[in-house]
Write a protein that binds this ligand. Sequence first.
Ligand SMILES: [Zn+2]
Ligand SMILES: [Zn+2]
Length: 300
Amino acid sequence: MICSKCGDPAIVSQRYRGQRLCQSHFIEDFESRVRETMRKYDMVKDGERIAVAVSGGKDSTALLLCLHKILGGRDKELVAITVDEGIAGYRDDTITSARAIAANLGIKQEIVSFRDEYGYDLDDMVQGKEVAPCTFCGVFRKKSLNLMAKRMGATLVATGHNLDDEAQSIMMNYLKGDIERLMRFRPRKVQPGLVPRVKPLREILEKEIALYCMVNGVFTESRECPYASLSLRADVRDMMNDLESLFPGTKQSTLQGFEKIAEIKLGNWTKIDLASCRICGEPCVKEICKACELCKRLKG
Ligand SMILES: [Zn+2]
Ligand SMILES: [Zn+2]
């Protein structure tokens, strides 16, 4: 197997693009695609302080590494936020990885924990509850990131969501018929009190992100969250992986197809103005934000 660009031995075959790449062309191509995604969606402006959500897993590690490389010295500042959800036997290791990568790159990092912010670890929250763990986790993680980003004076939050995550989320929302949630999915929308979020890796396959970490000599904690198998996402992921191997490019076309629909529908959905939560003041759709609502249920 040889590189389509230079004839050196290839380390990756990109069937969906009909090419193979050697290590140096893979790195070059990876970074230029991330740059292109950021340009296409106008994600990052000059003078921005970008808080990267770093869990310590491969996606966020690759994101921090890649942004550090491509934004270096360009009037943009990077800081890191790590959320400690409180998942026994899983989170401690990934937090160690997250600390190591931020320290290595000389990036300022803050850790925000569910226990400090809301009084409970995720493990305690879901004990004997009917709500799926991922519901609690997603709601509280989003809020924690937003709170910490504001405390750090960040103007943007960047998360490591990859093409697999995006295709899965789109497909899940189609399957559930949840078009409102689907439309909330579009990059960058300005709302008061909400630090805009961007996903610079949304067009990159998960396995290429793992490879990017490897060729950069970063080995991340790759264990899966112990709660992951309890969600619909796990089944959709398997289905999308099967389709991708039968029909290379399926994940990409799922995202592109959604983007086209979003262009048409978007007008009706961007007009939703957020209110402030009566309890905590964070932006929310109803009177009380989802996190405060869940907190009330935990205490009640
Ligand atoms: Zn090459
Ligand atoms: Zn609230």
